[in-house]
Each structure stands twice: as C-alpha cells, then as structure tokens.
Write a protein that binds this ligand. Structure first.
Ligand code: ATP
Ligand code: MG
Length: 195
C-alpha cells in the first residue's frame, strides 16, 4: 500500500514551516508522498485573502524539484466550504490502494475535536502532528479515540506563520529565507500582500 500524507492549508503564502513539517512527517511515518491541498479561504480568516490561482502558483514554485511533493486541488474544485472528511472520502474512493495520513501543526491538533465528523475521519486516517513553538498543543485534552490516532513527528521548531509573513510584507520588511527563494521572487514580481 502506498502511504500518502495530506497537508491542508490556506498557504497564503506557503512558507518553510509547511515544507519542513511535510518532510518531517514523511520521514517519521515513512510516507511515499505528501500532497498539499490548498483550501478555499474560510470566511473567518483575515480578508481579503489571496485568490486560489495565486496560492497554487506559489505552491507549485515551492514544491518543484521535490518529486515526493505535489499539489492536489481537490478542495478548490468543490463548491462551498471544504471539510476534511469530504476530501478524505473522495480521495479514498479515487485511490483505493493508498493509506492516507493528515498532517497538522499543533494549532490544528487543539482544534481537532471541532472538526466535522472527526470520529469518522479518525477511523479512516491517522493524523501526524507537529509542534509549533508559538502555538503549543495540549494532546492530553484530546478525546481518547482521537489521541490514539495521533502520531507525532519532530521538527526543529519554527515560529513561522503566513500571518506573520503577511504582516512583515505590509510593513515593508523582508521575508527572505522564511519562504523558498522562488516564492519570494513570485511575491515580489506580483506585488502581493502590499510588498
Ligand atoms: P495563517 O497564519 O494564515 O493561519 P499558517 O502559517 O498557520 O497560516 P496554514 O496554511 O494555516 O499556515 O497551515 C497549514 C498547516 O500547516 C496547518 O496544519 C498548520 O498547523 C501547519 N503549519 C503552519 N505553519 C507551521 C509551522 N511553522 N510548523 C509546523 N506546522 C505548521
Ligand atoms: Mg493557520
């Protein structure tokens, strides 16, 4: 069975925290591939968000050169809000020979109990959790059926977020080395985030 990690996010923009999390999860769980799944911008996120095409272009630039990483646009093709459970059901139907893992940072670990139909989700997949130094998790508070399905992977802690990157750009500060060089160039070239 192929083992595939799924990493959902808004990726507004993708940064090295996402990439290092994916590499670390891949090594820890011996995954064959990691698929990055950009989501439609949820209404509670700071607006205006960056359009899907632009976020995909930045992802493609970030992922190019790593044959184990790829962009999966399934959530952008669907109408309305994206729920992870719907994405997983669709991917399992499409790829019956694959075993899926959902990769999340610690802010999402804390949020897990609020995900739609999360018990059913936890029967279908395992989660791989990575710690974010600025947004620590408390796994102890997870209900046991979720805790049992949470694997941990270690990475050098990176207190990097897309929110901080957007703020830096707005203030005219540098984001060099916080994102891959190709993403940095794309943002400059297209005057994104008030850069
Ligand atoms: P924003 O600040 O806009 O929410 P973000 O940096 O949190 O952006 P997302 O696209 O929301 O990025 O996150 C996608 C996934 O990557 C989430 O599971 C998130 O927890 C994880 N992630 C993001 N940054 C890091 C990081 N520095 N270390 C580990 N995991 C991360
Ligand atoms: Mg986030």
């Amino acid at each position: 069975m192929r083992k595939i990690g799924l990493m959902g996010g808004t990726f507004d923009p993708v940064h090295i925290g996402h990439l290092l999390a994916a590499v670390s999860a891949k090594e820890a769980a011996k995954l064959d591939e990691v698929w990055f799944i950009p989501t439609s911008i949820p209404p509670h996120k700071p607006q205006p968000g960056t359009d899907a095409v632009t976020r995909c272009e930045m992802l493609k630039a970030a992922l190019s050169g790593n044959p184990a990483f790829r962009l999966e646009t399934i959530e952008l093709e669907r109408e309305g809000a994206s729920y992870t459970i719907d994405t997983v059901i669709a991917l399992q139907a499409r790829e019956p020979d694959a075993q899926f893992y959902w990769i999340i940072g610690s802010d999402m670990i804390n949020n897990l109990p609020h995900w739609r139909r999360v018990e059913e989700l936890a029967e279908r997949i395992s989660f791989i959790g990575l710690e974010r130094p600025d947004q620590p998790s408390n796994d102890g508070e997870l209900p046991p059926p979720l805790r049992r399905r949470l694997l941990r992977a270690a990475m050098p802690p990176l207190g990097i977020s897309s929110t901080d990157i957007r703020h830096r750009l707005k203030e005219g500060r540098s984001i060099r080395y916080l994102v891959p060089e190709a993403v940095h160039d794309y943002i400059q070239r297209n005057d994104l985030y008030g850069s």
